[in-house]
Design a protein around this ligand. Structure first.
Ligand SMILES: *[C@@H]1O[C@H](CO)[C@@H](O)[C@H](O)[C@H]1NC(C)=O
Ligand SMILES: *[C@@H]1O[C@H](CO)[C@@H](O)[C@H](O)[C@H]1NC(C)=O
Ligand SMILES: *[C@@H]1O[C@H](CO)[C@@H](O)[C@H](O)[C@H]1NC(C)=O
Ligand SMILES: *[C@@H]1O[C@H](CO)[C@@H](O)[C@H](O)[C@H]1NC(C)=O
Ligand SMILES: *[C@@H]1O[C@H](CO)[C@@H](O)[C@H](O)[C@H]1NC(C)=O
Ligand SMILES: *[C@@H]1O[C@H](CO)[C@@H](O)[C@H](O)[C@H]1NC(C)=O
Ligand SMILES: *[C@@H]1O[C@H](CO)[C@@H](O)[C@H](O)[C@H]1NC(C)=O
Ligand SMILES: *[C@@H]1O[C@H](CO)[C@@H](O)[C@H](O)[C@H]1NC(C)=O
Length: 648
């Protein structure tokens, strides 16, 4: 017991250190300006996919160290040439984030064999020939922001600033230039970037063309030129990241300043850690007592974060937590709909407990989550832990969660197979992003239908990710979560608290089976439920009678032997692959995405856990699993001490 307490503190300390060491002040600017597919079809899908994945992996590892790179895999019509370029003012962390967004979106062009994507922070292109030296084309476009019309003075400033940036960029070693003119009412911010694969002369031609094209956006306050070989933007608001401090600088004073600030950062870090450790120690010693020692200092320090949201604003937005505004009861708290004074709609999660004790953990967590942006993830807007309860503020999604559709006899009909498959793909992409996002790998821990929200166009958005980690210390909370989602939890997680991405894969597999069958894998719902959904699906899969368990709402009998049936059967098989007993056998999320999206032969799943079990009692599983071997995943395990699961 004592030992595990120390282990837990140790991991918290490690997490805090890691999150403090990674500065996340900048902005990855991962907004997508334009995605254009090549409109040429691939010749041989499997060959293309294998080339594409390999090129992306290489680009991915390049981007982790450098801000530009090219990679080329294969020969012939399905070879892939890839190029990635981050813009000069992004930090390397933001560069990785921007790349991750681009990488996630690019495959949507398949079965086209090429794509280019312009984000506000980076560019990527894939094609089947060497295009590294191309710089203009008739297809180059310009994107104007047309909300505010500016005066002629602004136009003159833009022309002047763009002209200067264009001149500078082709001369600078990194082909990047920035320009800011700060004046009353007429401020102008400009950036210009060429791809590093061009020659200085070509870079210059590209930028001069861009500068001529971008002036068409005047008098609007925003303009972006998306050329084959360069990107240029002007704006009346400051979108530029702070000038990074380059360590290659020969300026001694600068170096000394850096050393001093690093040393003082480390000192602050040590002090913070000591506070946290002593708070935690204290807390464990006085476990039963409701703590009254304050972490006010920490809270105050962290209140300066940009995510800080006033408790009173949330109170006002929800009309004092009015019952009529209640829209759900999640794993960690109650969710209310709110309307801010400017009319924006928000969803506010009022947590079951106050997180003052772990203010530092909480804010680190929230900061990390908020830096993660993806079309299939619900956006976190802010948080507060200084009021009577801790709250989290999210974007509001009027269509609520997936469980309200698939488990409902009438509403289930609104989600036909095509729609469900789209939701499955969206959820998969969101999870790929969470798991394989190189900066902060995030394990969700609570994937289930109720945590998949749907937007107005019924696209999937994963909610509640990344949160559980900051709640580890709270025993009562963890046991509530276990009871609530028993059917979704991987056996090794249930029994040993061994948490890897593969635990999410297991839950995701259960979700897949639910989406095909419309059955809920929650035993408490119905008493005569003798078998789990996983076992039922396994039985039918072995007897090749999977059609029998399709959700009647899908009206699959109307489409015998069609692609729909084939797809639904594939989803069942993938679901069973995900729920295999040994975590090492379960595919990772990017493999799952490929399995779902492409037509390729799938492996045969092995027996899922709990088969032949009459009861799914918690302790039985524990006993049974004590002897199992869990493959080679131990290196990536974020251990949660057993004592949190089995308080005795
Ligand atoms: C596609 O490529 C794969 C692997 O390169 C090869 O085994 C397969 O025969 C090809 N298919 C066609 C239709 O050419
Ligand atoms: C980035 O571009 C420069 C200039 O073309 C090149 O020398 C360098 O190798 C590139 N970096 C990588 C990692 O490819
Ligand atoms: C690129 O792909 C297209 C369409 O598949 C093909 O016609 C063309 O020959 C390919 N180009 C190269 C250089 O292989
Ligand atoms: C920019 O380049 C494109 C493609 O070469 C060309 O069509 C366009 O006329 C050029 N625009 C200007 C203003 O030079
Ligand atoms: C992206 O740019 C192309 C021109 O290259 C244009 O045809 C297309 O409409 C743009 N797409 C969007 C979503 O703006
Ligand atoms: C421009 O786009 C069209 C279709 O989007 C494509 O067929 C054509 O090859 C493109 N031209 C160039 C020079 O990339
Ligand atoms: C801005 O562009 C949108 C979409 O192109 C258009 O509907 C809207 O009318 C434009 N607004 C102005 C002020 O031009
Ligand atoms: C700036 O804009 C505001 C509102 O548009 C105007 O009242 C003010 O006079 C302007 N200031 C200058 C120096 O032009």
């Amino acid at each position: 017991m004592e030992k595990s307490t120390h282990t837990a503190s140790f991991f918290v300390v490690i997490i805090v250190i890691l999150s403090l060491l990674v500065p996340s002040k900048g902005n990855a600017r991962s907004h997508i300006d334009n995605l254009t597919c090549s409109q040429q079809l691939v010749k041989n899908g499997s060959e293309f996919v294998s080339n594409f994945v390999r090129s992306m992996a290489r680009i991915g590892s390049i981007v982790r160290t450098y801000r530009n790179g090219t990679a080329h895999t294969g020969t012939g019509p399905d070879s892939t040439y890839a190029l990635a370029q981050c813009y000069g003012d992004l930090t390397s962390e933001d560069c990785i984030l921007c790349y991750a967004e681009a990488r996630t979106v690019l495959p949507t062009c398949f079965p086209d064999n090429g794509a280019r994507i312009y984000l506000d922070g980076c560019f990527m292109r894939v094609d089947n020939y060497s295009f590294y030296h191309e710089y203009t084309s008739p297809n180059d476009s310009v994107v104007c922001g047309n909300t505010t019309s500016m005066s002629g003075l602004f136009g003159a400033s833009v022309r002047q600033a763009v002209g200067k940036a264009v001149m500078d960029a082709s001369r600078n070693w990194d082909y990047f230039a920035r320009e800011s003119l700060v004046k009353v009412n007429e401020s102008v911010f400009v950036m210009a970037q060429c791809w590093r694969s061009l020659s200085p002369a070509d870079c210059r031609v590209c930028l001069e063309n861009a500068s001529a094209v971008i002036s068409k956006c005047l008098p609007w306050s925003e303009g972006r030129a998306l050329n084959t070989g360069c990107f240029t933007r002007y704006s009346d608001t400051d979108f530029l990241n702070p000038v990074p401090v380059r360590s290659s600088s020969s300026n001694r004073g600068k170096i000394i300043a850096i050393v001093v600030s690093v040393v003082s950062c480390v000192a602050v870090l040590i002090v913070v850690l000591m506070i946290i450790v002593s708070i935690r120690k204290h807390r464990y010693i006085q476990k039963k007592r409701k703590g009254s020692y304050d972490a006010k200092k920490l809270t105050k320090m962290l209140n300066d974060s940009s995510l800080y949201f006033k408790y009173s604003s949330a109170e006002k937005a929800t009309a004092n937590w009015d019952e009529s505004n209640k829209i759900g009861q999640g794993g960690f708290g109650t969710v209310y709909k709110g309307v801010l004074s400017d009319g924006r709609e928000i969803a506010v999660k009022r947590l079951f407990f106050n997180n003052k004790f772990r203010a530092a953990d909480f804010y680190n967590e929230v900061n990390m989550i908020s830096s993660v942006e993806h079309k299939n993830l619900v956006r976190l807007l802010g948080c507060s832990c200084s009021g009577p309860e801790s709250i989290l503020v999210y974007e509001y999604l009027p269509n609520m969660s997936l469980d309200r559709f698939i488990f409902d006899e009438t509403k289930g009909k609104t989600l036909n197979w095509a729609k469900r498959f789209e939701i499955i793909i969206g959820t998969t992409e969101g999870l790929v992003y969470l798991h394989e996002n190189t900066m902060n790998r995030i394990i969700h821990r609570d994937i289930k239908a109720a945590n998949i929200l749907l937007d107005i166009r019924l696209r999937a958005k994963i909610a509640d990710f990344g949160l559980a980690r900051s709640f580890q210390g709270d025993q009562s909370h963890i046991s509530t979560a276990i009871a609530g989602t028993l059917g979704y939890m991987a056996p090794e997680y249930l029994a040993h608290g061994q948490l890897t991405e593969k635990a999410d894969v297991y839950s995701f597999g259960v979700l897949l089976l639910e989406m095909v069958t419309g059955m809920e894998n929650n035993r408490s719902k119905s008493t005569e439920y003798t078998d789990s959904l996983v076992s039922i699906a396994w039985k039918h899969f072995q007897e090749s009678t999977v059609e029998e368990i399709f959700d009647p709402n899908l009206l699959m009998h109307l489409y015998p032997n069609t692609n729909y049936q084939k797809e639904a059967k594939k989803v069942v098989q993938v679901g069973l692959l995900c729920t295999q007993e040994a975590p090492s056998l379960r595919p990772c999320m990017s493999t799952i995405l490929r399995m779902l999206a492409k037509d390729e032969p799938l492996p045969v799943p092995s027996k899922p856990p709990f088969i032949n079990e009459k009861t799914m009692e918690f302790n039985n599983i524990t006993e049974k699993l004590r002897y199992y071997n869990y493959g080679d995943d131990s290196s990536s395990i974020a251990t949660v001490s057993n004592s949190h699961f089995f308080p005795r």
